[in-house]
Design a protein around this ligand. Structure first.
Ligand code: URA
Length: 479
């Protein structure tokens, strides 16, 4: 029996350095002990001079992920697969039902899922005295080192530490370092922001839609205790049956004027917004909050994995104007609010010039997550494609149904496409009221960031003037 002990428990290069000499010396898997407690060592293998065979890249990719799994047999299982690949089964990984391949794929899947949970459920809390943020997280697998880069990219401008029972990661704005395990007590207690978030969560909780099994599957109980918003769940679940009974007891009421207005967007008569509206017992604030919670929890698009958070719309119900932008930008992504970056500031100025106050408008976006290409520490805006727009369209439609504006103003091509369901050049459509396929009036104009991109001051001033005129026209239509 040969004992092999990689120099690092989870790194691919360490496992490879231990496995290569074994493979070159023709040591079969049954003759290797990977727990490091047996007789010999790989150093004592007779030199064979043979170069180990080349290994397919998809195996290395799989091995890299599997090595982060906590299963103590991972090294052994990988060596068994490597052995078979090197001994005539080069296509091994294509046999998905092979017991070894299946086990390795399930392990890799579990690790990827854990990484996804970490991205979604890790919460930083500000240090009470220092300019530093701390988070406590208990990953199921050893993923801290591999996933720390994700948080560096996302929170590059912040100084932070992630503490886990396996080790810690520290980012000072320049360098990422790993250290010893942390303790939950080292992370500061819940702050004001989280108290607000809990109150928000409580107010959006819809007892009639309670699906505890699905909630548990999506967010395992072990994460709940680290998330401020989920601390409300046990109480809300307890109260749910009584709240549903109260809803039923209130019974069906006559459709209100507001409800009839919603039907306008829903020719089939039974739109999802109606369902939300009913479930929230006629409370549109609650329906909107429930929709917001759905958007925040949306993980079905790759954009959600990359962005810091979803950015939902903001503004009053029944506004004269609802503006649809393209997608949150870098600042919006970090702050979780629409139109708070450079384009938003230009937009605020133009609204003011047009005699419109921001408070009377509802502002939202066609796409709810920031789409970007990382470039060093910068995140370069990427335009949403047709698939992105289609993904968010049902959310946008329901949002507009609930908010019930008098007129929707689209800013730029993405917003126009989201409303009309097809690409239409803004230059052609600009300044004229159009109807969506469902009959909703839409007023297209350009996006404020188009004005920011114009190179010379003259055309910028001219185009800014045209934009303000468009805003005034839209406003006149509804006043
Ligand atoms: N651009 C948009 O379209 N929306 C925002 O929220 C910010 C910039």
């Amino acid at each position: 029996m040969i004992a092999a002990s990689p120099a690092h428990p989870t790194r691919l290069d360490a496992w490879r350095d231990a496995a290569r000499p074994l493979l070159s010396a023709g040591v079969p898997p049954d003759a290797v002990s990977w727990d490091g407690s047996l007789f010999a060592d790989t150093d004592e293998l007779p030199p064979t001079g043979a170069t180990p065979p080349r290994v397919p890249p998809d195996f290395l990719e799989l091995a890299e992920t599997v090595l982060r799994h906590r299963d103590a047999e991972r090294h052994d299982l990988l060596y068994r697969a490597l052995w078979r690949i090197a001994n005539g089964e080069r296509e091994l990984l294509e046999h998905a039902t092979d017991p070894l391949v299946l086990r390795l794929s399930l392990m890799a899947k579990a690790v990827r899922r854990d990484a996804h949970k970490m991205h979604a459920f890790l919460r930083f809390r500000p240090h009470p005295e220092e300019d530093w943020h701390l988070a406590w997280f208990e990953p199921e697998h050893r993923i801290l080192e591999a996933e720390a880069g994700f948080f560096v990219r996302r929170f590059a401008g912040m100084r932070w530490s992630i503490l886990t029972p396996d080790g810690s990661a520290h980012w000072d704005g320049e360098t990422l370092e790993f250290g010893p395990p942390g303790r939950r007590e080292d992370v500061p207690p819940e702050g004001e922001g989280e108290v607000l978030w809990r109150a928000y969560y409580g107010s959006t909780f819809n007892p009639a839609r309670l699906k505890p099994a699905a909630m548990r599957a999506e967010m395992p109980l072990r994460y709940w205790r680290n998330l401020p918003e989920t601390r409300e769940i046990p109480r809300l679940m307890e109260e749910a049956p009584a709240r549903v009974a109260a809803m039923v007891a209130r019974g069906a009421s006559e459709p209100s004027m507001r409800r009839q207005r919603l039907i306008h967007w829903a020719p089939s008569g039974v739109s999802e917004a109606m369902e939300l509206f009913d479930a929230a017992a006629g409370d549109r604030e609650a329906a909107l909050a429930a929709l917001k919670a759905e958007v925040l929890a949306d993980r079905e698009t790759p954009l959600a994995a990359q962005a810091t958070q979803a950015v939902f719309g903001e503004g009053p119900l029944d506004p004269p104007l609802l503006f649809v932008g393209e997608q949150p930008g870098d600042e919006e992504d970090l702050k979780g609010r629409p139109f708070v970056g450079p384009a938003g500031r230009l937009f605020d100025g133009a609204l003011e010039k047009a005699g419109i106050t921001r408070g009377e408008c509802y502002l939202t976006n066609a796409v709810k997550h920031f789409k970007f290409n990382p470039s060093g520490r910068r995140r370069i805006h990427q335009s949403p494609d047709a698939g992105d727009i289609a993904h968010y369209r049902p959310f946008l439609r329901r949002e507009i149904e609930i908010v019930a504006p008098r007129l929707v103003v689209t800013l730029g091509a993405t917003a126009l496409r989201a409303m009309m369901g097809r690409a239409i050049p803004v230059t052609k459509a600009r300044g004229e009221i159009m109807r969506t396929p469902e009959g909703l009036p839409v007023f297209p104009t350009v996006h404020p960031s188009y004005l920011l991109r114009l190179p010379d001051p003259d055309s910028r001033e001219r185009e800014y003037g045209r934009f303000v005129e468009d805003l005034k026209r839209a406003h006149r239509e509804v006043m």
